[in-house]
Design a protein around this ligand. Structure first.
Ligand code: ASN
Length: 305
């Protein structure tokens, strides 16, 4: 309990929360200026992001129905953009991912975090990546100017990033840097950079010509690792169900989503999501994500408050 009280009363928390508030304000301002609107999050649904890595089950039973706690809003982003009058949306949503305990030492995993999740209609990966670079620069610029005193007290010296960010392809990085390519590349770079083509969930679009994946991660420099992941989306019912089969994803909870896909109502979109705590960790230069959370939920640790 002593450690919890000490954590809650840490002197640096106010400056960290100021940076977090500036991040959110600048994102809201940018999104408003871009003609997109905010959708509120849902935490319960028969389906959620199946994720491409193993986590503990977080579903629950309510009145005879199995409901998942949201892992990400990806499929609900697609469903929102069926509307003709929306060109883009964003959601600041809590995500519950009961990560395996061993990820607790990574310094960047939480079992409950906030994601700033964005989706743009009729956007290619290039459109979305350009949009995110503009958003990132706006957000970082606002934090650097409005939180200069906080950053100084936190001992963080940050040079503004200069888009366009460097673009790598995952197979090439993996061949050059090995299994730990993301961390190695993150240590070597001095600006955020993009990495394309990852084997992931069924909803990321496959390129039928190359067999690669039209998806991307934005990675922070300085060893801070992944900032954002996203993709162009699959919209074709046949492709979606084939990819679910390949990934051994049980289609039954996705019935309503699949019915909409079968009717051809999913629109071409591209999107991605920032982990809010990871942005704040990077901007404030904290090595552990625990340090930027008022109420940290670190994998494998007892939750006391
Ligand atoms: N937000 C991500 C996306 O838009 C999905 C995720 O968080 N797993 O692709």
């Amino acid at each position: 309990m002593k450690a919890t009280i000490e954590h809650l009363k840490r002197p640096e928390m106010k400056d960290i929360l100021s940076v977090q508030s500036a991040v959110l304000k600048s994102i809201h301002d940018f999104m408003w200026g871009s003609g997109t609107v905010q959708v509120m999050p849902v935490m319960l649904s028969p389906f959620t992001d199946p994720l491409a890595h193993p986590v503990h089950d977080s579903s629950l039973e309510y009145e005879g129905q199995r409901l998942e706690l949201t892992k990400s809003m990806i499929l609900h982003k697609q469903l929102s953009l069926m509307r003709d009058d929306l060109k883009g949306i964003y959601i600041v949503s809590p995500n519950i991912r009961l990560e395996l305990g061993e990820t607790g030492s990574s310094g960047r995993h939480l079992i409950e975090f906030s994601q700033v999740d964005i989706e743009l209609k009729d956007a290619s990966h290039k459109d979305f990546m350009g949009f995110m670079e503009r958003l990132y620069s706006h957000m970082e610029g606002f934090v650097l100017s409005s939180c200069a005193d906080s950053l100084e007290r936190l001992g963080r010296e940050l040079k503004p990033a200069k888009p366009p960010f460097r673009l790598y392809h995952r197979p090439e990085l993996e061949e050059r840097l090995g299994k730990d390519w993301e961390h190695e590349a993150s240590l070597r770079e001095s600006q955020p950079f993009w990495v394309m083509d990852h084997y992931r969930e069924f909803y990321d679009r496959e390129d039928p010509k190359t067999g690669g994946h039209v998806n991307y991660d934005l990675v922070y420099p300085g060893g801070f690792g992944e900032a954002l992941s996203g993709a162009e989306r699959e919209t074709d019912y046949g492709v979606i169900t084939r990819k679910m089969k390949e990934r051994k994803t049980d289609p039954s909870p996705y019935r309503a989503y699949l019915e909409i896909a079968r009717k051809g109502m999913l629109r071409p979109t591209a999107g991605g999501g920032f982990g809010l705590e990871r942005i704040v960790r990077y901007l404030t230069g904290r090595r552990s994500i625990r340090d930027v959370c008022m109420f940290p939920r670190v994998p494998g640790e007892k939750v006391l408050v």
